[in-house]
Design a binder for this molecule. Sequence first.
Ligand code: C2E
Ligand code: MG
Ligand code: MG
Length: 546
Amino acid sequence: MENYILEHFDEALKNKWIKVYYQPVVRTITGAFCGAEALARWNDPEKGLLSPAEFIPVLEDTGRITELDLYVLEQICQDYQMVSKRGNRVVPVSFNLSRKDLLHNDIIERIEAIMARYNVPRELVNAEITESAFVEDVEQIGPALKKLHELGYQVWMDDFGSGYSSLGILKDYSFDEIKIDMSFLSKFDKKARNILRSVVTMAKRIGVQTLAEGVETKEQYVFLYTIGCEKIQGYYFGRPMPGDVLEQHVKNTQQTVESLALHNYYNKISAVDYQTDAPLMIVERYDKKFHILYSNEKYTDVLYRDGIDSIQQWEAILNDPKDSMNHFHTMFVEHKLQQIGDEQVITYPRGDHYMELKGKAIASCEGHTAYQAELRYVAIHVRPSENDQLDEYLRDTYYMYSDMALLDLDKDEVVSIKSSIVEQPIGRHKVIYGIQNVMDTYRNHFVYPADQEAYDAFYQMSTMEQRLRQNKNGIISCYFRSKKNGEYQWAYNIAMALPQSDFRKVLLMVVHPGFDSEKLLDMLSRRKDWMHRGENQSTERKRFHR
Ligand code: C2E
Ligand code: MG
Ligand code: MG
């Protein structure tokens, strides 16, 4: 058989007895067709169908594998041209590289020449290299893979977990994706499942995508979906088949084909670690509707407690314009979560309890935006009257201060919470950039001329952090006169460093206590007496004057 293969290899290429078959790859969270693997098939007129297990090792041993692999790449490029010409969507295709290919010094140039001849973008072609290729000659294989990667090809590790140094290879070389070996699914016991869980989490932590090979059953698919494995390939979705058959197959089954534009978008969504203790949901918004892509068991438990029986019911509620939840969640995602990475938490009342919603925008593309959301049930066991009372006190505190603002020294912004000079409804904060500028403007318009020097010293932003640090409570304060209701009044200004902000976020509160200068002087002189009687006078005094 070996001799037969070697003697007929040229003929098999020339007469196209060797064909490229494509096996579909499916995006786990959407079920869309998002890629394919090119696999060689030798349909011999004399011997019938030869399996790769028969001819690949022979070609590898005799150094002829590279001809096959480049032939496969060329075939992929030709098929791309045909599919594009027919106006159909293309998906990235991966092809297999043998260890022997990478030992040729000119392999990259030969790959590049084929790609250029057919004008196929590099992002459409991924190179798979099996883990066991790394047993020897790594000093040659490593740089070649690096070069491919730098050129813009994705490099995937094939059959991850089948060899004996999987982790070491992963550590030393950069891969975009690992294809988890089928053996973990063929012996689908508890131990294998736990290994799969850990591999997926590990891969996400190091920024590598995961694909599970050899998915044959629905049970395996559901499990891989649950643990957040990003892509799947196997007989459950389709066997390797000729390109035109695959094209027809996709059409007949009306399967969604992932667009190239959305490919990276879904890669980002898939990169989220789904194996969390938090009640997690991934939801997509497009065409003004919510589409739930993923939810874990903890999330559905929370919904159940809130009186919602299924994730389908929840999706219907979220999309029902007559339901207040629809308005609320739409507002939250469209107005609060505007920037990618921006995380917000809000609490909203639902009957006798509250729900806490934590959200974050994770990716956005062509009118699609994906969000990660955590939902928690918050039970509040207080009598309504007590609750109301507490609310009232808190509101009063708000009114007791003339001004309240948060200074963010890093962003150099003033977040005004309450202002005595402009109309600002409760709960609506306002952000103004340039702290020093805000303070100077205020001084020019509202501070009593004789007190402006003291004001300037107190609001000198360049030394604010240092002065806060010097105080054991992280607080500094000062009195000066400023305008309130058209007249100058003594105002007590307090600046407090927020805990855990490393003195970079400062809460500013201004209160007008309503006393006159005499009373203030009287109070201060009495305090002077107390100080003489014991405390460390000089530091106290300095603090006051600051
Ligand atoms: P591979 O790259 O890991 O390819 C996946 C193999 O798993 C394919 O076998 C595919 O038909 C098979 N497979 C896919 N889904 C399932 C499933 O659900 N269940 C089971 N039991 N099997 C599944 P195939 O085509 O026989 O190829 C075997 C190996 O030969 C490939 O493993 C690859 O290493 C190599 N090979 C195939 N074509 C080429 C090629 O053009 N060049 C090189 N260098 N190697 C190739
Ligand atoms: Mg492969
Ligand atoms: Mg494989």
